[in-house]
Every structure is written in C-alpha cells, then in structure tokens.
Design a protein around this ligand. Structure first.
Ligand SMILES: NC(=O)c1ccc[n+]([C@@H]2O[C@H](COP(=O)([O-])OP(=O)(O)OC[C@H]3O[C@@H](n4cnc5c(N)ncnc54)[C@H](O)[C@@H]3O)[C@@H](O)[C@H]2O)c1
Length: 270
C-alpha cells in the first residue's frame, strides 16, 4: 500500500473498513444546504455514514432541512451568510468543535442574478461574487487551516458550474464567479497537496432546483432547453451529490485540482 510513502491523500486516518459506508464517521460541512443540490449532498453524506453540519442563509430552510435530514443520520444546522468573513469563520469553528473534527467540506451555497451585461450593476456583481466565490475562499481557508492544524488533512469540494467553463448571455457575474471557483480550486489543490488536503470542483449543468426556476424559466422552457442536452433531460440534484460524494471519498485519493462535469453531455457538443 502506498501509505508507506507517506503521501496517500486519504481524508483522514479513519478510512471506512470493509462493509462500512464510505463516509463512515467523517465530519462534514455543507453550505447552502437548506434546499436543492446542497440538501441532496447532505442527505447523501448522511446515508453514507458521515456526521453533517449544514448551513443556509434562510432560517426556515435550515429548520426544514434539519427535520428532513435527521431521519438520515446525525445532523446539525445553523443560519449563516457564508460570504461574511466572521460568520464563515464561526461556522467552520463551530462545526469543528461540535463534531470534534472536520474532514469534509462542500462549498455549495450560490446564487444567480440575471441581467444583460450593458444593464448590469456593480451591486449585482459584488453580491454574486461574494456569495459564490468569496464564500469559497473564506470557508475553504478556515477549514484548511483547521485540517492542517489537526494533521489529519481533509477534502474540500467547491461547487462551480458549466457556466465556469463556457459563457452564457445575461450571467456575466455568475459566469465569472464560477470560473473563479475553478481556479481557486486548482490553486488550493496545489498549495494544500502536501498537507493531506485534496480540493476539487464539480460543475453541474442544468439541474432541476428552485434556483433553475428563479432564473425565470417555466417548465415548458426547461423542457425545450433539455432538447439541447445530449441525454435529452436536465439533471437531478442527487446526480450532482453522487459526484461530490465520490470526490470526497478515499476512492478519489489521487484526484486533486480538477473538476467533474455533471451535465448530461451538454458542454461536450458544439
Ligand atoms: N441548479 C442548477 O442548475 C445549477 C447549475 C450549476 C451550478 N449550480 C450551483 O449549485 C449550487 C446550488 O444550487 P441550487 O440549484 O441547489 O440552488 P438553490 O437556490 O436551490 O440552493 C442554494 C441555497 O444556498 C442558500 N444561500 C444563498 N446565499 C447564501 C449565503 N450567502 N450563505 C448561505 N447560504 C446561502 C440559499 O438560501 C439556498 O437555500 C450553487 O452554487 C449553484 O450555483 C446549480
């Protein structure tokens, strides 16, 4: 086993044994998990044996999500604006002290604001960049500092988007935030590789969540949009959660600084 070389990048020393779920005993934090993709990720991690802390900006979503998730395992939740430095730091510290460690972090919280480039505003730019990108820096840095200090390392997954790979009209700030997420991911991966911390991104394509509907699309438009996806449909949050779970697991022990695209083939065609 390559462990003898001291470079195996497992998330910590308590890897799941035979017959145990892949995240058995791991301590996880998922941001923006009051609904949508984050909620599916938290549920998946719980089903796979992790203890999970979730946060969201909206108190009612936290309450409802914790009630749902508590049927799946040990979960705590709190209200947090992850774009706020003090709140992000407190979130990570409280997660760590509650579970007695922090192994897995998913930076999922995100928003969109649609506006033609010529009409967009600096307020939209600052808000979207803060929620989508600054939060990943803040939570990622606070978590990585703890992981380094513990000596156990860990794994971080940043939720980016296919909009970080290709442009889409009307979403300048969103596209820029997600492209930024991808290079933040790579830079963190390089700097943290020898500290037993892996950092990767997941790029969802069009996934059926409230966020997709808030973009103004009605069901008919969504159905039409699906015609442009080689697989002929839009995605389900659980399909993103499965990719995240894989990257967080020791099955991805030699994978860092890259992204998995979960888009039904949308970005592979002209
Ligand atoms: N749905 C898609 O098609 C799609 C595609 C690509 C990428 N993504 C990304 O996936 C992630 C999740 O998206 P979703 O579709 O589940 O969205 P969603 O709106 O359903 O869920 C996002 C959650 O994040 C929370 N949130 C917003 N701002 C926050 C903040 N400052 N602090 C803490 N929580 C905050 C929201 O309250 C919400 O509950 C986002 O980063 C999004 O950009 C989604």
């Amino acid at each position: 086993m390559a462990e003898d070389r001291g470079q195996v990048m497992t998330s910590n020393d308590s890897s799941a044994g035979a017959g145990q779920p892949i995240h058995f005993g791991k301590k996880a934090l998922v941001t923006g998990a009051g609904r949508g993709i984050g909620l599916a990720i938290a549920r998946t991690l719980l089903d796979e044996g992790a203890h999970v802390t979730i946060c969201d900006l909206v108190p009612e979503r936290v309450e409802a999500a914790v009630a749902d998730l508590s049927r799946h395992g040990q979960v705590t939740g709190g209200v947090c604006d992850v774009s706020n430095p003090a709140q992000a730091e407190r979130l990570v510290a409280q997660t760590n002290s509650h579970w007695g460690g922090l192994d897995l972090v998913v930076n999922n919280a995100g928003i969109t604001r649609s506006a033609p480039f010529l009409d967009s505003t600096v307020e939209i730019w600052d808000l979207v960049l803060a929620v989508n990108l600054r939060s990943q820096f803040l939570v990622g840095q606070a978590a990585a500092r703890l992981m380094v200090a513990s000596g156990r390392g860990g794994v971080i997954v940043n939720i980016a988007s296919t909009n970080g790979l290709l442009g889409e009209a009307g979403l300048a700030s969103y596209n820029a935030s997600k492209a930024g997420s991808l290079l933040l991911t790579k830079t963190m991966a390089i700097e943290l590789a020898t500290r037993k911390i892996r950092v990767n991104a997941v790029c969802p394509g069009f996934i059926l969540t409230d966020l997709a509907f808030e973009g103004g699309e009605d069901p008919e438009t969504i159905a039409n949009y699906a015609q442009n996806i080689p697989m002929g449909r839009i995605g389900d949050p659980i399909e993103v959660a499965h990719a995240v779970s894989f990257l967080l697991s020791d099955k991805a022990s030699f994978i860092t600084g890259t992204e998995i695209v979960v888009d039904g083939g949308q970005t592979c065609k002209e």
